[in-house]
Ligand binder design. Structure first.
Ligand code: AMP
Ligand code: MG
Length: 322
């Protein structure tokens, strides 16, 4: 089990401006997935009935995909899939299929098989370190998403190389947000804010005919300070930023947690933070990571191709809306 440094991303990554009308909000917070998760609803009944069910679902889903927990399906896949095909639940199979598709669609910039490289850098833990070039080269050989074989009929996963591992860190929160929002809506919720460590999903409208205003965290400010806002209804806003998890090496260089599979090092594009807006939070999550790595020009093409909106904060502090 790795030791993770807890970071309070919901308040680091995104904030929500509260409604100006006097309406009672009920918020529950819980630390899961190494971060603070918050759900806000607007009736006591929903707070008592829907919110606990929503947190149960977050717990259940996150336990399935946490590759550091020995009881998770992903842990079992990573331990065994190079020896024999490992059967997973249809839920997890669909998520792996989606993440593998996104890996092919982005030519491996979003890389579901990034596990060995993430384990080498250990960014976000107390053991984070700058690896040597040979170690990076070795790990990169194992970050080979094309060596993942999925069997659609039997729902199994196999690896063609020993030492490979799946990491769903760039897409899991978005996937869980989709599932939680579906459940809450099925249970009758028409207005809520689901914030999974900065991965925000707003249900419905703030008031009739009025969108929610979501603030995008300014990387240079303490949490809560935003550089821009977006107005959204019934949609997800997912942010990837270099400020979220990083470590500072002895020479003062900062290394963040989003790795470029083309180099093996933390990515170095012209973007310091990107927020993707989409009703599909898993897609927004995968695309936020991809756009962050690829930079402004590619982000414009990606947003057009997948029909999503985005707000980019460049290294020069320009704000670009796509
Ligand atoms: P996000 O904050 O959604 O951009 O996801 C970052 C997390 O995804 C990291 O902490 C890693 O676990 C994982 N990750 C890092 N680089 C990549 C990559 N190139 N493709 C897929 N997942 C990645
Ligand atoms: Mg992501």
């Amino acid at each position: 089990m790795r030791k993770i440094k807890l970071v309070f991303l919901p308040f680091l990554a995104l904030i929500l401006f509260s409604s100006c009308i006097a309406e009672r909000a009920y918020t529950e917070n819980e630390i899961l997935m190494d971060t603070v998760n918050a759900i806000t609803v607007y009736s006591k009944e929903e707070y008592e009935n829907i919110v606990p069910a929503a947190f149960d679902l977050i717990r259940e889903k996150s336990n399935l995909v946490d590759r550091y927990s020995s009881s998770s399906e992903i842990f079992i896949v990573n331990e065994n899939a190079s020896s024999f095909p490992v059967e997973v639940s249809s839920d997890v199979f669909n998520l792996i299929s989606f993440a593998l598709d996104m890996s092919y669609e982005t030519d491996g910039v979003f890389n579901i098989a990034i596990g060995p490289l993430v384990d080498l850098w250990k960014i976000g833990t107390d053991e984070a370190r700058l690896p040597g070039p040979e170690e990076i080269e070795e790990a990169l050989l194992l970050c080979d998403y094309k060596s993942i074989v999925l069997d659609e009929v039997n729902h199994t996963v196999s690896f063609l190389k020993k030492g490979m591992s799946i990491d769903l860190g760039a897409v899991a929160k978005g996937w869980i947000a989709n599932e939680v929002v579906s459940l809450m809506k099925e249970m009758g919720c028409e207005k809520a804010i689901v914030n999974l460590g900065g991965n925000v999903y707003v249900i419905g409208e703030k008031e009739e005919g009025k969108s929610w205003t979501v603030g995008l965290q300014n990387p240079d400010l303490e949490f809560g300070g935003s550089y821009a806002t977006v107005d959204v209804s019934d949609s997800s806003v997912v942010t990837s930023g270099a400020y979220e998890r990083f470590f500072t090496a002895e020479d003062g260089t900062r290394y963040h947690h989003i790795l470029d599979p083309r180099t093996g090092y933390p990515s170095s594009s012209d973007i310091q933070s990107v927020s993707i807006i989409s009703a599909d939070s898993a897609l927004a999550d995968a695309l936020s990571t991809t756009c962050f790595i690829l930079g402004v020009d590619a982000a414009a093409e990606i947003c057009e191709r997948w029909g999503v909106s985005a707000v980019l904060l460049t290294l020069d502090n320009d704000i670009i809306r796509l």
